[in-house]
Design a protein around this ligand. Structure first.
Ligand code: AMP
Length: 221
């Protein structure tokens, strides 16, 4: 099963994805996390990506598609995959279809998370994430048990530079201009698409998200 999570920055895709991949033993493919790892490792890609990320702009499609291809090659084809923050342009979505087709797979379902801009801004400015395991917390809505420490793995939580106010505005605009057109793309696509209102209780969202993902997969829902 291949699932694409769509939605603006700060909508909570990462929080929900981490929880469901744990439960389903699926692979969580977050291109944002892969790029941050490339930056930390000081790879060529990491160096190129840095400027785009710090400005809140998208990293060029060819680089992202190569990164995803390389990463997927290390994941067994029978493993369920959840893409988070990818694709972000229609060219990336078309590229993903091609990559999956080559291994006899396809995007099975798309989950669109939606929330008003004021909620997104609070979510981003309060966000603290774990660079070690990818878990995400929020100082307003879902604080960790101990300030600055990851509940899941004990790692030190960080506030991302691109969660600063000016960059947040830019990222929301980039979402509207370049990623929101994917909603129409996937409405025309054979994948099943579900929209979830994400400005509600995190457990309520999770229940709907889990049902949407497992509905076509024969798993308990
Ligand atoms: P995220 O953690 O998903 O919000 O991603 C952080 C930043 O990484 C974005 O603002 C982009 O600069 C870059 N990025 C992540 N995923 C992609 C993607 N699929 N395409 C282009 N840029 C991306």
């Amino acid at each position: 099963m291949v699932v694409v999570l769509l939605g603006p920055p700060g909508v909570g895709k990462g929080t929900q994805a981490v929880r469901l991949v744990d439960e389903l033993s699926a692979a969580h493919v977050s291109t944002g996390d892969l790029l941050r790892a490339a930056r930390r490792d000081g790879t060529e890609l990491g160096k190129i990506a840095q400027g785009f990320m710090d400005r809140g702009e998208l990293v060029p499609d060819e680089l992202i598609l190569d990164l995803v291809k390389e990463h997927l090659a290390g994941i067994d084809a029978s493993t369920d995959v959840m893409f988070d923050g990818f694709p972000r342009t229609t060219d990336q979505a078309t590229g993903l279809d091609g990559v999956l087709e080559a291994s006899g797979r396809k995007v099975d379902s798309v989950v669109l998370f939606e929330a008003p801009d004021d909620v997104l801004i609070k979510r981003l400015s309060g966000r603290r994430s774990c660079p070690d395991c990818g878990a995400v917390f929020n100082t307003y809505f879902s604080p960790p048990a101990a300030e600055g420490v990851c509940d899941r793995c004990g790692g030190a939580l960080v506030h991302r530079a691109d969660d600063e106010p000016e960059t947040v505005q830019r990222r929301l605009q980039v979402y509207l201009d370049q990623t929101a057109p994917l909603i129409a793309f996937y409405e025309e696509h054979p994948a099943m698409m579900t929209s979830i209102a994400a400005d509600r209780d995190v457990d309520q969202i999770y229940g709907e998200f889990r049902s949407a993902v497992t509905a076509g997969d024969g798993a308990d829902s």
